[in-house]
Design a protein around this ligand. Structure first.
Ligand code: BGC
Length: 366
């Protein structure tokens, strides 16, 4: 049944492609498109540039590279955490003639509105990194986000075990409650931590969502946590930015390095916090793989082809299965920071500045 709908959709895309090409022929303006081939134009909307460095330093860069290599026209814009701007950008892209729109939603509600508009205009859509609940994207390209959370939970357990912590009180700084990924990360780390809470090995402390992944808010939230619960002995922070906010508060009490803190994204700041001993781990997601996979599917869709994916995710709200690419995340501690460098995600010049030169050398990074 679902396959039937998909092939209908695929036919729809092909038919639209044909019509567009005819339109172009009528105007006889674009001999470069070669008769009935559809000219690909891909629009990408990134969410912001503050909740994580990745969007501008990694995603934009790798997507650009992939589109340039394929020789397709593209437009990548950043909504800077503004939902109204997000919708305006989408509308401009649709009127501007994109035939594929790839979004990282700011929340499912506004994401869905954009996807629906695109669909009505015959534009194919991809959910990039974040699934839009109740949405209609043809594909979802991301990492296994429950696995990301599991690595964070296991990483925290390892650091606490190494530190011989007894009955540690754990604080949880979750991401934005409107980001489905944050829910999945929490599912992953709570899956690890719950057993420890239940057995009495760990004590469950404060547990809060950080609206919009805002790092300043995270600092305020964590300061309140530490005031109300001064014996916090481990911090499950959902990404490097939230982790850094917690570390800054711990520093004020000279508790940095004593209370392990987790992270995600292998940002330069997160990796430096790891080299300093202030952060216990981060999760590296090879964004190049994610961008390449999404670009490949987008280019296919732009040409009216339906690419093959081997995975599916269930959208619990829309109650539909979405064709997906889910990549595998990797845990990074002081012992393997080098792997992130070797993969080309962060350069020695970025990481090993000033005082970090010696710390890099000690970690085998040249
Ligand atoms: C992404 C993370 C990122 C966070 C904040 C999540 O949806 O998967 O990599 O740190 O958003 O931008």
């Amino acid at each position: 049944m679902r396959k039937g709908i998909l092939s209908l959709l695929a036919v729809g895309v092909l038919a639209t492609g044909g019509l567009t090409a005819c339109g172009d022929d009528d105007k006889a303006a674009d001999p470069g498109t070669g008769g009935n081939a559809k000219k690909a134009k891909i629009g990408v909307i990134l969410p912001d540039s503050k909740s994580s460095a990745r969007w501008e330093t990694a995603d934009r860069k790798y997507l650009e590279q992939a589109f340039k290599t394929a020789g397709v026209d593209y437009d990548i814009q950043n909504a800077q955490n503004d939902k109204a701007a997000f919708q305006t950008i989408a509308e401009q892209m649709i009127t501007g003639g994109v035939n594929v729109l790839m979004i990282v939603n700011l929340d499912s509600g506004t994401g869905k509105a954009v996807l629906d508009k695109a669909k009505a205009a015959g534009v194919a859509t991809i959910d990039y990194d974040r699934l839009t609940l109740g949405g209609s994207a043809a594909y979802y390209v991301s990492f296994d986000n429950v696995a990301v959370g599991k690595l964070q939970g296991e990483g925290l357990v390892k650091c606490l075990t190494d530190a011989k912590a007894t009955k540690p009180v754990i604080a949880e700084l979750n991401g934005s409650q409107t980001d489905n990924n944050a829910t999945l990360f929490k599912q992953g780390y709570d899956g690890v931590l719950k057993a420890k809470y239940d057995s009495g090995e760990y004590v469950k402390g404060p547990d809060q969502w950080v609206a919009e992944w805002d790092n300043t808010t995270a600092g305020t939230v964590f300061e309140q946590m530490l005031t109300s619960t001064p014996n916090i002995a481990g911090v499950l922070a959902a990404n490097d930015g939230l982790g850094n906010a917690a570390i800054n508060i711990l520093k004020k009490q000279k508790l940095n390095g004593k209370v392990p803190v987790t992270g995600q994204d292998a940002t330069v700041q997160g990796l430096q916090n790891i080299l300093n001993g202030d952060q216990c781990m981060t999760v590296y997601k090879a964004v190049k793989q994610e961008a390449d996979a999404a670009a490949k599917l987008a280019i296919g869709l732009a040409k009216g082809e339906k690419g093959a994916t081997s995975q599916k995710v269930t959208d619990p709200e829309g109650k539909r299965e979405v064709d997906a690419v889910l990549l595998t995340p990797k845990s990074i501690t002081k012992d393997n920071v080098k792997d992130v460098i070797d993969d080309g995600y962060v350069t020695v010049a970025e990481l090993c500045t000033g005082d970090f030169a010696a710390k890099c050398a000690a970690a085998g990074i040249k």
